[in-house]
Write a new protein. Sequence first.
Length: 170
Amino acid sequence: MTTDEDLSPERREFLSALNEHRALFTATLTGLSDEQAGSRPTVSELCLGGLVKHVGQTEAQWVAFALRGPAAFPSFADTDWQARADSFRVLPGETVAGILADYAAVAARTDDLVRTADLDVAHDLPEAPWFARERWSVRRVLLHLLAEVSQHAGHADFLREAIDGRKSMG
């Protein structure tokens, strides 16, 4: 049986960095009620629960891209903008526990990709106004995911501090 210690240093570094930043990110929900997780404590439209939902959905879509290429993304014209907006909100019936469980399942799939995928396989990015016409390798997708989690961990810190003064670091 292969363990993480048997992985290449690059793969171990990806796993370590992703899990470190995910822990900082998801810790911002620790001890919050479902109502607090859905609150918007700043002038931003962002809420903590919605931010974790969004990152989980984004991570899942990029893993699908790494495995299947641009077909993993809907065409720009077919994008469901309401569903995208809802990914940033805690909807009725959603809970902190459910949001965290969903994100943990996505993270586990991403970690499996890190452990097993050929990091050099590349796909054309889907057509969208925000993408240049280029190819991304699985390695580049993982770097993008690390940036995505890290960026939103910073947003989450501000939101949590606005709710009750708690900080994830410092």
